[in-house]
Design a protein around this ligand. Structure first.
Ligand SMILES: Nc1ncnc2c1ncn2[C@@H]1O[C@H](COP(=O)(O)OP(=O)(O)OP(=O)(O)O)[C@@H](O)[C@H]1O
Ligand SMILES: [Mg+2]
Length: 940
């Protein structure tokens, strides 16, 4: 949509030297690579657009590339309308090759915004991220001025994008300029604009009203000669220094033949009311009828209107419209274009407001039909439909649904929600209403974890066809799962499955998906377990890794099999088969439905490396697709597997990134699950206070807390010397696992920690029983890591060096490095206590080195104390290695070691290139290296 520059300041601006000084300063800073935001704020007509135009001219003189969009009231609900106005001209001018370069990498996510395609809805953050990178890419070539006029009319997704960009341009040659009328609009758009203006890094310019002297100058300009001071003073009084009102008033006075002398001051006051309307409307009335009709059509269609659309809306032949535009232009009411536009949006507003409502509604309806017939984007069509009252028109409902679909595909769920809300109010015919309710509920689920659920519930109540009902139930259940409302999710699935059982003609794919989802959840609840397992057995033969349903079934079956001693190999084979689905099925539920089940199976069976690689592949895949909900969830899984490998810092970095995603984009792995991985990591690192803080933030885990979190809480309490609470949490975790039929000791080794807690409480019998049970189960399942841990615990309780040596030997053969280290340190400690000091030193040193490589500060310190007690000379454990890196530094270093360029690292981590550079140089310093080629070697 092109727009004519509405106001070109032909005359130099008066009294704007301070403002222009600020403009020059921010432009110079941006040109030097220190980008920022400039917000020009003030009431209608104060001169915002004029300042923007002046800025644009200066920027062009300084060699900036200028992207300009002028928002219009019609576009408020047009998702990413402003962003599109900004970017489309660049991409159109770019040619295919340059376009491909610009849309490379993360910027491709912006492509979805610019070219509506049929894709799964992506969360807004992906789109924002893509837009940022597209701008960053442009700024690499030439400094950039991104200017948005009339920001108060911009659509919310675009404002979010600007907001997102504003926080990431401090190191880029980009100046973001937005003009706005303060206090307009309300709601989220207003908040985003407020936040933009209030940002510390933003420069706020508020053009002041013109002084009496400047007012006199303007009036003199209009009258083309001297004016009486009293006359100018009256104008100043009436217009209070507002240049727009002043110009309009002065021109209308002159046209009315009023002389600018002292005697005419009364006329100034008389004419003051409704100056604008008085200026515009009479002149319109004096023109031939078609001119009025065309002006009204233009006010409805907005700037950039095509001739044929004007003709249709005005009900006139194109030739008549052309002539009318000429007349309007001659009267200075319209800038002829093409495309034609009002010289100032206020004129369009006055014309629209004075239009009889019935005519205005009919005009919007015709405009919508015209645009739709032209194949215009659905949201452009819908913009007109949102301006007319509900009329029970199914065509309107369909267009609004189309627009909502596009908005979702572009990551603008809020726009989708407004469109569908309006569609529901139409109201749709009874047979369409359930579908609209469903779509609205589904769109709302993108707004937050618990959003849309009531609506989906309502949709389910009125949906009739068996296949449709199954679809709605599935969506509702997934929403409930995301909101961590598992019992409710299960209830929904249970009912839906019973219904589809009774309905033979349900779409087979939908049926399978529903059943798989049900099986995945129902397996772990005592009341539904038998039914779920029966279905699993029946469906498994059909299951393959080519569909999400197939993967869920394979993973569920793997999770069941691994519980049975002697069947680990089969379980592993199925888990691996399920994980083959990564990347083949672009379905939002893959990670939570499949990876969360299959990866622990692999890990329990001793294949922690494979589990880590699967999670890693899911991370890479989700990142490439910009699927951020899945990325957050996959990071959670990789963190847990990293922790089990003993890669504590990597695990923490994954959890942190997942938490950042949740904060920034409202998506991510469920917090209790993340903390289940994070707390033990922090405890191992010796940061129990930090762990406690994380826990406080979440609130006390209730009785239905996730088992991993309960086990993590147990470990924290143990480290804090609160064994009674530790034991309570660990036994609760154990009980929960039992009700779910989880018996494999490698899934969550809670018994060994519980044994240590009981021991600390002096309950030696209970401790012995727990440890003994852990040992027996581990042996029965042939689970090496669990066996090593159980051997270590049993021997630790008994102070038995031989048992600890055996534990260390078993663990040395597994990928669980940290557990190996722990066994060695305990072995050393036991030897020391039995007065074999010299023998103790070897395992203590080896354990300490291994612990240091894991980043396990607590164990390093423990080993250090033991070593001191053996009389060994104190030694400094290397702290300049990878362990010395901060979490963010390590994250950057790891990607750099993988061969990613700084720009790619920045894209992957949602930070700026500058941040990557800063982190990398810190890494080099701490690691004592000078180039990235050395990174893989030192990171290990
Ligand atoms: N400093 C100035 N000196 C003289 N004339 C000015 C000055 N600033 C603005 N004007 C004139 O006032 C009129 C309105 O200015 P402009 O369109 O920039 O206002 P605006 O703040 O953008 O209004 P709106 O909120 O309606 O968009 C224009 O005709 C412009 O030429
Ligand atoms: Mg303006």
């Amino acid at each position: 949509m092109t727009r004519t520059a509405a106001t070109a300041a032909a005359e130099p601006l008066l009294e704007r030297s301070a403002e222009l000084g600020a403009v020059t300063a921010v432009l110079a800073a941006a040109a030097a690579g220190r980008g920022g935001a400039l917000v020009i704020e003030g009431p209608a007509g104060i001169g915002k657009t004029s300042l923007l135009d002046a800025t644009r001219v200066r920027a062009e003189e300084l060699g900036f590339r200028v992207l300009l969009a002028r928002a219009s009231p019609l576009e408020r609900e047009y998702g990413f309308g402003v962003v599109r106005d900004l970017l489309e001209p660049v991409l159109r001018a770019a040619g295919p090759e340059e376009r491909a370069v610009l849309l490379d990498g993360a910027a491709a996510l912006a492509g979805r915004v610019l070219e509506p395609v049929e894709t799964a809805p992506s969360p807004t953050f992906a789109a924002l991220h893509g837009i940022y990178w597209l701008l960053a890419g442009l700024a690499e070539r030439r400094a950039l001025l991104v200017a948005v006029d009339d920001g108060h009319w911009a659509d919310v997704p675009s404002l979010r994008a600007l907001h997102h960009v504003a926080h990431r341009i401090a190191d880029l040659p980009v100046l973001l300029l937005v003009t706005r009328r303060p206090g307009e609009p309300g709601g989220e758009a207003g908040e985003l604009l407020d936040a933009l203006a209030a940002d510390v890094a933003a420069t706020l310019v508020r053009p002041a009203p013109l002084s009496a002297a400047a007012t006199a100058t303007v009036v003199a300009r209009v009258f083309g000669g001297p004016v009486a001071p009293a006359f100018a003073a009256a104008c100043h009084e009436v217009c209070a220094g507002n240049p727009l009102l002043l110009g309009t008033l002065a021109r209308s006075l002159r046209q009315a033949g009023v002389a600018p002398d002292e005697a005419s001051t009364g006329a100034v006051h008389d004419r003051a009311p409704a100056i604008v309307a008085a200026f515009v409307l009479p002149r319109l009335r004096h023109l031939p009828r078609p001119a009025g009709a065309v002006a009204r059509a233009l006010s409805v269609l907005g700037p950039g209107a095509e001739l044929r659309h004007l003709a249709a809306v005005a009900g006139l032949a194109p030739a008549v419209v052309t002539e009318a535009i000429d007349r309007l232009a001659a009267a200075e009411l319209v800038v002829p274009g093409p495309p034609p536009a009002f010289p100032h949006p206020l004129l369009g507003q006055v014309v629209a407001e004075r239009m009889p409502a019935a005519e205005r509604h009919a005009a919007h309806r015709t405009a919508a039909a015209e645009l739709a017939a032209d194949g215009a984007p659905a949201q452009a069509v819908a913009a007109h439909l949102l301006a007319i009252p509900p009329l029970r028109d199914d065509w309107v409902v369909e267009r609004l649904r189309d627009a909502a679909r596009d908005a979702l595909a572009q990551g603008a769920p809020r726009s989708a929600v407004s469109h569908l809300t309006r569609a529901l109010a139409e109201p749709p015919s009874p047979d369409v209403r359930p579908a609209v309710l469903f779509e609205l509920g589904a769109a709302e689920t993108h707004l937050g974890p618990a959003a849309g659920l009531d609506r989906l519930q309502a949709a389910l109540r009125v949906t009739t066809g068996a296949t449709d009902r199954a679809r709605v139930a599935l969506r509702l259940a997934r929403g409930l799962e995301t909101a961590w409302e598992l019992p409710r999710a299960l209830a929904v699935l249970q009912r839906a499955v019973a219904e589809t059982d009774a309905a033979p003609d349900v779409d087979p794919e939908v049926r399978l998906l529903l059943e798989a989802e049900y099986v995945g959840l129902a397996r772990s609840r005592p009341e539904t377990r038998a039914d779920a397992l029966g279905r699993l057995a029946r469906l498994l033969p059909e299951a393959g890794p080519d569909s999400v349903a197939g993967c869920i079934l394979l993973a569920s079956s793997a999770a069941e099999l691994v519980q049975e001693p002697g069947r680990a190999a089969e379980a592993v084979a199925r888990a691996r088969a399920a994980l083959l689905g990564i990347g083949r099925t672009a379905d939002g539920s893959f990670v939570t439905g499949v990876l969360y089940l299959a990866a622990p199976v692999l890990a329990a069976a001793g294949e922690i490396d494979a589990a880590f690689r699967a999670a890693d592949a899911a991370v890479t895949e989700a990142r490439a697709r910009g699927a951020l909900v899945e990325l957050g969830a996959a990071l959670g899984s990789r963190a847990e597997m990293g922790r089990r490998l003993g890669a504590l810092l990597d695990a923490e970095s994954d959890v942190r990134l997942s938490q950042d995603l949740a904060r920034e984009a409202g998506v991510g792995a469920p917090e209790p699950l993340l903390l289940g991985s994070l707390l033990p990591v922090l405890v191992e690192c010796g940061r129990t206070a930090a762990a406690q803080q994380e826990l406080d933030r979440l609130g006390r885990p209730g009785p239905s807390a996730h088992v991993n979190l309960l086990a993590a809480l147990g470990r924290l309490r143990l480290a804090q010397g609160r064994p009674a609470e530790a034991l309570e949490a660990l036994l609760a975790a154990g009980a929960r696992l039992a009700t779910r039929g989880w018996r494999h000791p490698g899934l969550l080794p809670w018994q060994t920690d519980a044994a240590l807690a009981a021991h600390a409480l002096g309950r030696h019998d209970q401790a012995g029983e727990l440890a003994g049970e852990a040992l027996r189960t581990a042996r029965r399942h042939g689970a090496d890591v669990a066996l090593g841990i159980a051997l270590r615990t049993t021997a630790q309780l008994a102070g038995d060096p031989a048992g600890l040596a055996e534990a260390a030997q078993v663990l040395a053969a597994t990928p669980a490095r940290l557990e190996h280290a722990r066994a060695l340190v305990e072995l050393g400690a036991a030897l020391r206590r039995s007065n074999r000091r010299a023998d103790a030193r070897g395992p203590l040193r080896q354990g300490q080195d291994l612990a240091a490589r894991c980043g396990a500060g607590a164990l390093v310190a423990q080993a250090g104390e033991e070593l001191a007690a053996t009389g060994a000379r104190p030694r400094t454990v290397r702290c300049t290695g990878p362990e010395a890196l901060s979490v963010s530094e390590r994250r950057v270093a790891r990607l750099a070691a993988e061969g990613l360029a700084n720009r790619d690292i920045a894209q992957a981590l949602f930070v700026t290139v500058k941040t990557v550079e800063v982190h990398l140089s810190a890494c080099y310093r701490k690691l004592g290296i000078t180039s990235r080629a050395e990174l893989p070697g030192v990171l290990g």
